[in-house]
Design a binder for this molecule. Structure first.
Ligand SMILES: [Zn+2]
Length: 255
């Protein structure tokens, strides 16, 4: 039986001015092993460092890193974990070496970083540790995987961007699809069929109860600090909250 903890909570903020990319980073402790799932964007490296430190862990003490996929916002901090074996789907490793020019979330320098690390292929059905297994969940990217973990009462799924938020349940699609819409839909169904408790890539963990999303834990407010010095008339920036996020399927790549 594993213990699952969230090191940094994910958020689905976007802006036409650029992506925040604040992905969830999870810690599994099982059988004396420390497993990190996704490593987040460089902008959250300090948060990740502090989260490990507050649990009495150093990056050197992480045995395994599982990457759901190789978009920048899920793997930029992988180099922190020099002692870890890095587990990635082989198709995702290939893709990182030769990303589609239209997918600006996959950068060649990430593959270069990974080439210096102990990367091992992993895919559907593989058992990582006692009670921890992998399911293929393609669609968002070609080699996307999710992690199924036995945490006692039930299995939970760490779903990455195959299920980035609670809205995926009603949308039946992740909000970004870079590989294939049908694959992405099937992956959402596969995830929903496999558990009632989900750890999304960019949202708080939730349970599905009678079809309703019930968030389990995590922050309900985020402070955004903006310097407004020198502006004496009115706030210089405004924020908009959308209740629905339309799926972006403009960049699908499956031939
Ligand atoms: Zn992604």
């Amino acid at each position: 039986m594993a213990n699952l903890d969230v090191l940094t909570y994910g958020f689905s903020f976007i802006s036409p001015e650029g992506g925040f990319g604040w992905s969830s980073i999870s810690l599994l402790e099982v059988g004396g092993q420390n497993i990190v799932i996704d490593t987040g964007p460089a902008s959250r490296r300090n948060n990740l460092w502090s989260a490990l430190d507050s649990r009495g862990l150093t990056p050197e003490e992480i045995d395994l890193v599982i990457l759901t996929h190789m978009h920048w916002d899920h793997c930029q901090n992988t180099d922190m974990f020099g002692n870890a074996r890095i587990l990635v789907h082989p198709k995702e490793i290939d893709y990182a070496h030769n990303p589609n020019p239209a997918d600006h979330n996959a950068a060649k320098y990430i593959a270069d970083m990974m080439d210096k690390m102990r990367v091992e292929p992993i895919s559907d059905g593989d058992v990582v540790a006692d009670g921890i297994s992998i399911i293929d969940t393609p669609g968002h990217t070609l080699g996307h995987i999710s992690v199924v973990a036995d945490v006692g009462e039930e299995n939970i799924i760490v779903a990455g961007d195959a299920m980035p938020d609670g809205g995926t349940v009603t949308r039946k699609l992740p909000y970004n699809v870079f590989w294939d819409v049908n694959d992405a839909t099937e992956s959402v169904e596969k995830i929903l069929d496999s558990s009632d408790v989900f750890y999304p890539g960019h949202d708080r963990p939730f349970r599905l109860s009678d079809g309703q999303v019930e968030y389990l834990h995590g922050p309900t407010q985020v402070e955004i600090v903006v310097s407004n010095e020198g502006n004496t008339v009115a706030p210089s920036l405004a924020y908009t909250v959308h209740s629905v996020r339309e799926p972006n399927i403009q960049l699908v790549q499956k031939p």
